[in-house]
Design a protein around this ligand. Structure first.
Ligand SMILES: *Cc1c(COP(=O)(O)O)cnc(C)c1O
Length: 496
C-alpha cells in the first residue's frame, strides 16, 4: 500500500516519501507526517534473527513506499558499512540494570550518524526518481552533532552542497574541531553569533522564503534539510529501537511481546519521536521517558501542558540538548490534537508570536505514554561518576542525562520494566566534562590529554574520529550574525 505524507499545518499537497525527503520542510512551514501509521509485518521472532541492515529494510519499507526494494537496499547497504567501527552497527550494553543502545559507532561518534549515513543516499535517489535538475543545497542548523554528521554524509556527494550553521560559542571543542576541519569541495561551515534556536529559526525562515526560493531556482539550486524536521532523518531512527528490542529477545532478556520502557536524552525531540513512531508501528513499548537537561522546556510541557520558550537559555555540558524550541514536538502535537492541521497551526502560530502555547485537557490525556523529567548539571555529572564507579562503564554527558532521569523515574514510580536507554554520543566527544565528573577538575590538561586519560580509565580505545582531529588542518573560519545567514548562503552559491 502506498503511504503518503502531509503537512502538520495542512496547506501543502500530500506527497510521496521521496518528495517529502527532497523538500525537507513543507511549503507552509509545517512538518511532513505519514497519513497513517503502517504496522510491522514481520514477527518479533523473525526480527530477532535479523542483522541491522535486514531490520532497516523491514522498517523503512513501511514508510518509504515509493522506493523500490532495489533502491532501498542500495541505500541501506551503502550507509551501514565499514563507516561503522563494529559489524553489529548498534551494540547493546547492559550496565546496572539498564540496556544502553550504543548509537555512536559511526563516523562522527554521535547518534546523528545513524540517520545521516543514509540520508544522502535517500536524497540522491529521491532526486533521480523525481527528475530533479537543480543542485540540492542542504541547509543545516546544528547544536553540535548534526552538523558534523551531515557534513560527513554529504561531503563530495555529486549533485549536492551542504552548509552548516552552528552556535559559535555553544558547542564542545571536539564538536567544533570536527566541523571546521571538514573536507569536501561542496561543504560550508559557519559559526553564528547566537544559539541553536537562532540558527534553526533562521534556517526555517529561509525554507519558507518564496523570493529566495525563486532566486535559487533561477541559479539552478534548491534547498533541502538534514535536520530531524526531514522525515528522511526520522525514519532511519525508528530502526534501532526495533533492532534493540529484538536483540533483547534474542539474548533472552525479555519474552517476545513483553513491553519495555525507552529513555531518550532529548533536545529537538527527534530521537524520542522516532521511538514513539516505533511504538505506533507495533513495537511493545510501555513508557517513553523524555530526559531533559537544565533547559527543561519539555519537562515543564509534560507536567503542565504549557510549552513556553520564554526563559533563560543555558549552555550546559550536554550542548546537543541546549534547545528551547523542540521542532519535532510539532509532530506529536499534531497527533494528539486529532491530526487537525487547523489546531496545530494555531498552536504553532502562538509559539511564533508569543513564544508559548497551551494544549487542551484532551490532548494532555494522550500524553500518558510519556514521562518527562530533567537533570541538573550536578545530577548529570554524578550519573557519570556513579555508573563508572559501579560498573566501569563510561557514558557521555547526554546519555548521562538519560541515566540520571532513569534513576529518578525508578525511585519515583518503583516501575521495574526493562529499560532501553539511547546512548547518543561517545564519551570521547565530551572528554573534559566526562573526566571532570569522574576525577574532578582537570586543571590545565588540554582536550587531547583528557582524551588519553579517558582511554586509560575506561579501557576503551580512542575512536578513529578523534585521532583524525589531532592533525587535521582547519578549513572553515566563517562567522556571521543570525540576520546575515541568507546573505552568506547566497554569496557562497555565487548568487548576485
Ligand atoms: C542531537 C543529540 C541529542 C538530542 O536529540 P534530539 O533528536 O534533538 O532530541 C542528544 N544527544 C546527542 C549526543 C545529540 O547529538
Amino acid at each position: 500500500m502506498e503511504l503518503y505524507y502531509k503537512s502538520t499545518r495542512g496547506h501543502a499537497d500530500h506527497v510521496t516519501a521521496s518528495s517529502a525527503i527532497l523538500q525537507g520542510l513543507a511549503v507552509d512551514g509545517g512538518l511532513f507526517v505519514p497519513e497513517t501509521f503502517p504496522v510491522l509485518d514481520v514477527s518479533i521472532e523473525e526480527l530477532a534473527q535479523m542483522d541491522y541492515k535486514q531490520t532497516a529494510y523491514e522498517v523503512m519499507k513501511l514508510f518509504l513506499t515509493d522506493y523500490t526494494e532495489e533502491e532501498l537496499k542500495y541505500c541501506i547497504d551503502s550507509a551501514y558499512d565499514e563507516k561503522f567501527d563494529t559489524d553489529v552497527i548498534v551494540p547493546l550494553v547492559k550496565a546496572d540494570e539498564a540496556y544502553f543502545i550504543e548509537l555512536f559507532h559511526g563516523k562522527t561518534i554521535a547518534f546523528k550518524d545513524m540517520a545521516l549515513s543514509i540520508l544522502p543516499f535517500l536524497m540522491t535517489t529521491a532526486a533521480r526518481k523525481n527528475r530533479i535538475k537543480n543542485e540540492i543545497v542542504i541547509l543545516t542548523a546544528t547544536s553540535g552533532d548534526t552538523g558534523k554528521a551531515a557534513l560527513a554524509g554529504f561531503a563530495d556527494v555529486p549533485g549536492t552542497r551542504i552548509a552548516v550553521f552552528y552556535p559559535k560559542n555553544g558547542v564542545s571543542p571536539v564538536q567544533e574541531r570536527q566541523m571546521v576541519t571538514q573536507k569536501g569541495d561542496n561543504t560550508f561551515v559557519v559559526g553564528i553569533h547566537g544559539n541553536f534556536d537562532d540558527a534553526q529559526t533562521s534556517v526555517k525562515q529561509m525554507f519558507s522564503d518564496a523570493e529566495l526560493k525563486k532566486e535559487l531556482d533561477e541559479a539552478g539550486f534548491q534547498f533541502s534539510s538534514a535536520n530531524s524536521i526531514n522525515i528522511g532523518r526520522l525514519v532511519p531512527q525508528i530502526v534501532y529501537y526495533v533492532f534493540a528490542y529484538a536483540q533483547l529477545v534474542k539474548n533472552g532478556e525479555i519474552e517476545a511481546g513483553e513491553k519495555v520502557n525507552i529513555d531518550v536524552p532529548t533536545g529537538n525531540f527527534g530521537n524520542i519521536l522516532a521511538a514513539y513512531y516505533a511504538k505506533r508501528i507495533g513495537l511493545p513499548v510501555a513508557k517513553l521517558i523524555c530526559a531533559s537537561n537544565k533547559n527543561k522546556v519539555l519537562y515543564d510541557f509534560f507536567s503542565t501542558g504549557v510549552y513556553d520558550r520564554n526563559r533563560d537559555f543555558y549552555v550546559t555540558s550536554s550542548p546537543s540538548m541546549d534547545i528551547l524550541i523542540s521542532s519535532n514536538l510539532e509532530r506529536l502535537i499534531y497527533q494528539i490534537g486529532g491530526c487537525s492541521a487547523e489546531n496545530d497551526s494555531k498552536l504553532m502560530e502562538s509559539l511564533a508570536k508569543t513564544g508559548k502555547y497551551t494544549i487542551t485537557e484532551e490532548m494532555r490525556e494522550q500524553l500518558d505514554g510519556f514521562y518527562g523529567n530533567y537533570a541538573t548539571e550536578e545530577d548529570t555529572a554524578s550519573a557519570i561518576r556513579r555508573l563508572y564507579e559501579k560498573t566501569g562503564y563510561v557514558i557521555d554527558t547526554h546519555t548521562a542525562v538519560a541515566e540520571a532521569i532513569y534513576e529518578k523515574y525508578v525511585a519515583e514510580t518503583g516501575d521495574t520494566t526493562k529499560t532501553l536507554i539511547a546512548s547518543t554520543a561517545s564519551p570521547f566527544k565530551f572528554a573534559r566534562s566526562v573526566m571532570t565528573a569522574i576525577e574532578g577538575d582537570p586543571g590545565e590538561m588540554d582536550e587531547f590529554a583528557l582524551i588519553d586519560r579517558l582511554s586509560q580509565i575506561s579501557g576503551v580505545k580512542e575512536p578513529a574520529a578523534v585521532t583524525e582531529l589531532r592533525t587535521a588542518p582547519v578549513r572553515h573560519q566563517n562567522e556571521c550574525d543570525r540576520d546575515q545567514m541568507a546573505a552568506v548562503i547566497k554569496n557562497w552559491l555565487g548568487i548576485r
